[in-house]
Design a protein around this ligand. Sequence first.
Ligand SMILES: [Zn+2]
Ligand SMILES: [Zn+2]
Length: 262
Amino acid sequence: MLFRSVILRKPVRRRKIIPRVPSFGQQGWEVYHSLVSLLVFGSVAGMIAFASRSGFRTRLYGPIDKYGWEWYVATFVIALLVHDAYFYWTHRLLHHRALFRAMHRVHHVSTNPTPWAAYSFNISEAYVQAGIGPLLLYTMPMHYSAFLAFMTWQIAFNVIGHCGYEIFPRWFLMTWVGKFLNTPTHHAMHHEKINGNFGLYFNFWDRLLKTNHAEYEERFVAVTARSLDSRHPLRPPGDPIADFLPKEKPRTSLTGVRSWHL
Ligand SMILES: [Zn+2]
Ligand SMILES: [Zn+2]
């Protein structure tokens, strides 16, 4: 209640990309599957630790001087680019009709995402997502803290991407940064429409492969314009519960999500 009345004041609430409150059932589903994902990520970390003790060491290193600051910064940037490509292509695969139901449907139960949806995966998808860790750790010499910074970035970006609110300014997509960095609207549309907008951090692959939703930029402008224009409230004027967003009806069956494919 405090969060809703203090943090989510009207200008912020108008930034809700899909203007409905996600159902309690959906949020419970997301929390449960995030905990499952956490166990999977923990098991992968345990396997890496066990492998290292058995002599199959990662390429993590300690003293920065070993490769210098240039390499330190470069590894962070390379990690972002590699993860972005890894996510785009595995995500496209997960949308293939042969894999979608078995591996990716859990994530798409969240048609109106919340921050809890960021790691709401089934076990097999959680292992795919965790794969970026060993891929980087065994192929590229990376300083401990650079890897930690990469992990912090990926968690923060993923949670913001699923937060359900547009955080960037209205003019953002007109800047060069906005052309290449994805926004919460971009990923919310992926959850809402299923096909299209497959990218993670950057818009390179979606632009190159023409998989951005045609209405992406239009939707971004519409969402960000709402916060400026008091004539566009989320509820019609005079509504007795105008301070509250309409609630979605809880799903009676969480298996009811449609199977969408490329
Ligand atoms: Zn997807
Ligand atoms: Zn998502």
